[in-house]
Design a protein around this ligand. Structure first.
Ligand SMILES: *Cc1c(COP(=O)(O)O)cnc(C)c1O
Length: 378
């Protein structure tokens, strides 16, 4: 065995995100694996759905195997199909647009705002055509979309406003939780998200008819009222969460105040350390809103000349796992380029996602901030 020359604590790896698993999670999952079968095979699922709907402030919730699946079923239930257009921000993870493509509809990528890095309502209006069926408001990195402006546009044109709240657990817009404001909302409980079930998600809505439709779709097209066994009323989807995953979700949901508070404390920790650094902007918190702070992200001012590539290289050299800001979807090979979406391209080229796992220490925060500051002239 050779001894490392550098003291291990100085250069110990800092992960990007990592779930927080306590004895509670272990207890619930152990119970589910022992007892959650036969007549009890939906116990944790029912509990998670009811608990999540209650916490979020919506009437209905359906636990799914992913956020992508929740979006797919919801958009399908709204009748999105070939010939339809769906508007969303160009800055996005591929998952937000995958369902649109699978349903045969056309995504329309709109540029983002400078401060929230979310959909620019002023660019949404001119993007609407007679074929527009929906707007997907994705609350990027915990930052909130301008829901009032988007709702106004959606109502004026009689199109659905949907929320992809996968990154916005704990974010609140003027008193309403992110995900509870759209025709439907979708969440992700992927291992990288604020609350996790390993893989998983949630479909939520206040629209009872839409809920019943998606409930049927989620169960292989079998209507809940259908008494015939092995009888489907339509071809549906298989996007159900397992009861085992739901047990993990129930434990995480009990701890949700702690999980989101910790995310917010980490963002606040970055902000206070960078308070006197005007060249770096972090996730905004606007008046009357709460940022769930899923992903603290640093954007360097254009005149610093700092690039994504240089940031990634330096963080890597310091053994810190930081990630690139989402590339514009319209730059990726399966979509047509949208050269006018300049902000989506420009901001991504000088930004970086910072580590934000639950058990991060102040020393970890210091190391990340030192790395950011190393790019700026003293
Ligand atoms: C993570 C994420 C998804 C995908 O979630 P899955 O559960 O992996 O399908 C969708 N949308 C956004 C905005 C995400 O961040």
């Amino acid at each position: 065995m050779t001894l490392s020359k550098t003291p291990p604590t100085q250069n110990a790896p800092i992960p990007y995100v990592k779930p927080s698993i306590t004895e509670l999670e272990v207890t619930y999952v152990s119970d589910a694996i022992r007892t959650g079968w036969g007549p009890r095979c939906y116990d944790y699922l029912n509990r998670l759905e009811a608990g999540f709907a209650d916490w979020l402030g919506v009437k209905h919730a359906i636990a799914t195997s992913s956020c992508t699946g929740a979006l797919h079923m919801g958009l399908h239930a709204l009748g999105v199909g070939p010939g339809d257009e769906v508007i969303l921000a160009d800055t996005n993870w591929i998952a937000s647009v995958a369902a649109v493509v699978h349903l045969g509809a056309t995504p329309v990528f709109v540029d983002i705002l400078d401060d929230s890095w979310c959909l620019d309502p002023q660019r949404v209006e001119p993007a609407i055509t007679s074929r527009t069926k929906a707007i997907i408001a994705v609350h990027l990195y915990g930052n909130l979309c301008e829901m009032d402006a988007l709702r106004k546009i959606a109502n004026a044109h009689d199109i659905a406003l949907i929320e992809d709240a996968a990154e916005a657990l704990g974010s609140v817009y003027k008193g309403a939780r992110a995900g509870a404001m759209g025709r439907f909302g979708a969440f992700s409980f992927h291992g990288t998200k604020t609350m996790t079930t390993g893989e998983g998600g949630m479909f939520v809505t206040n629209d009872t008819a839409l809920y019943e439709h998606v409930r049927t779709l989620s169960n292989h097209g079998r209507d809940r009222a259908q008494s015939k066994q092995f009888w489907a009323d339509k071809v549906g989807f298989k996007y159900r969460m397992s009861n085992l995953d739901a047990a993990l979700g129930c434990a995480q949901l009990e701890r949700i105040a702690d999980l989101t508070a910790r995310k917010q404390a980490i963002l606040a920790g970055y902000k206070s350390r960078l308070a006197d650094v005007s060249q770096i902007t972090l996730n905004p918190e606007t008046e009357g809103c709460v940022n769930g702070a899923w992903m603290p992200t640093a954007v360097f001012a254009p005149d610093t000349g700092v690039t994504r590539e240089a940031l990634i290289a330096e963080f890597k050299a310091r053994n810190i796992d930081a990630r690139v800001f989402f590339y514009p979807l319209s730059d990726q090979p399966m979509f047509e380029a949208v050269p006018t979406n300049t902000r989506a391209r420009d901001i991504a080229a000088r930004a970086i996602n910072l580590p934000s796992f639950h058990d991060m220490t102040n020393d970890d925060l210091d190391r990340v901030v030192d790395t950011l500051k190393s790019f700026l002239a003293p």
